[in-house]
Design a protein around this ligand. Structure first.
Ligand SMILES: [Mn+2]
Length: 402
């Protein structure tokens, strides 16, 4: 069978809402024209609570392709839930769609509407003639839960058919940021193909001697350097055990680094302008340009003196400008921050004063979760990513409500 793998469509992604829809539609239509079945390893929607008009986009996308005269059909579905269609469009929920345990998520709505099959923690078998493909799916969970979830579910392949394990997770070998991430050789054995979402760049690895494929997202959301590579989807052929990556039209994206060291504000702005203009002139469509400023600012100049907002506004009709000034070092500002850090307000350190304010606010809200205020303070002030923070909060809410 030919299997189209389309991932991370992020419908409703605010900054490039139209791109998310148009590019997802393009990938799904192309995949449905040339494939027997479609796999979606998570993040169809960008938010766990998409608005009705974003859900409408999801319905519009899948209604047409689900009505296609699919020769392959779902012949078996093993789960605690029921599915509502036999069209061979098989998906799992991603981290962006994750809701508290037991609650329906946005992806599930598409299954309830009989537009696709949600195979999160379920086994779906698709049959075409005599050939059967079994897909075991696991929706995105927080990274530290992934290992125990896999053990708890005792995930095993189906005997005598082509087996796919589909999930939505980081792996240490791909993003070696945290040793809590699952290692590639800890994935369940015995599958013929491993399909993952979450990472927005197309990637291929080997797991237990078999292919491990990530198609990447169909839209740019993260502005990482690696997202400059092309967007698209995968067509995998079970007969030849090979695949190809099919590019889709996607808004151009370019990252440019500019040093600020020793330059005046005017010089920095002018360097930014010429880089932005050179990118704009390369492409027909309005590109996304990410400018990474780095180096040490001249003494006496602060970030706000650079008037970077004006620069973004100047090109607002011809490009989407994103300026990252987090790598600029500024000696005089760092000294200022250090003096604030070590200073006290009415005899209390800034952190103690902050705890007082937080405690008063929580008391007035009738705060009753089991998380302690100082733990909450740590979560709120830690430098970890927003995603990790919301994941932790969701875990807390899960354990409080169960
Ligand atoms: Mn994603």
């Amino acid at each position: 069978m030919k299997i189209g793998i389309v991932s991370d469509m992020h419908l409703g992604y605010e900054r490039f809402r139209q791109d998310a829809y148009v590019q997802a539609k393009c990938a799904l239509e192309m995949a449905s024209e040339s494939c027997d079945m479609i796999l979606i390893p998570g993040d169809v929607f960008d938010s766990r609570t998409p608005s009705p008009d974003v859900i409408a986009e999801g319905i519009n996308l899948f209604r047409e392709i689900s009505k296609k005269d699919w020769k392959a059909r779902v012949s078996s579905y093993e789960s605690d839930r029921e599915t509502h269609t036999d069209v061979p469009i098989i998906a799992v929920s991603g981290t962006h769609e994750r809701t508290a345990v037991g609650r329906d998520n946005a992806l599930r709505l598409l299954d309830l509407a009989a537009l696709l099959v949600d195979t999160s923690e379920a086994r779906t078998i698709v049959q075409k003639g005599k050939e059967k493909v079994s897909v075991y799916g696991l929706g995105g969970v927080s990274e530290e839960l992934f290992k125990s979830k896999i053990e708890e579910l005792g995930i095993k392949p189906t005997p005598g058919v082509f087996n796919i394990f589909m999930f939505h997770q980081s792996l240490y070998e791909i993003l070696p940021f945290n040793d809590q991430y699952m290692h590639i050789d800890e994935l369940p054995e015995g599958f013929d193909l491993y399909v993952d979402g979450h990472l927005h760049t197309q990637t291929e690895k080997e797991v237990h001697g078999k292919k491990f494929l990530i198609p990447g997202s169909t839209v740019i959301t993260q502005m990482k350097d690696a997202e400059q590579s092309s967007k698209g989807f995968i067509i995998f052929d079970t007969e030849t055990y090979s695949y190809e990556f099919i590019e889709i039209g996607s808004r151009p994206f370019a990252v440019r680094k500019i040093s600020v060291s020793g330059k005046s504000g005017e010089e920095i702005r002018s360097d930014c302008s010429s880089e932005i203009e050179s990118v704009i002139n390369t492409f027909k469509d309005a590109p996304i340009v990410r400018i990474k400023l780095e180096g040490e600012l001249r003494p006496g100049i602060s970030n706000s003196d650079l008037s970077l907002k004006n620069l973004t506004a100047k090109y607002s009709k011809s490009a989407f400008i994103d300026i990252d000034s987090s790598k600029i070092t500024n000696k005089s500002m760092e000294e200022g921050i250090e003096s604030v850090r070590s200073s006290t307000i009415r005899g209390e350190s800034v952190k103690e004063r902050g705890m007082d304010v937080l405690n008063q606010a929580l008391a007035s809200l009738g705060f009753s979760l089991s998380i302690k205020p100082d733990e909450l303070m740590d979560l709120l002030t830690s430098n970890s990513k927003k995603e990790k923070f919301t994941d932790e909060i969701l875990e807390r809410l899960d354990s409080d409500s169960s």
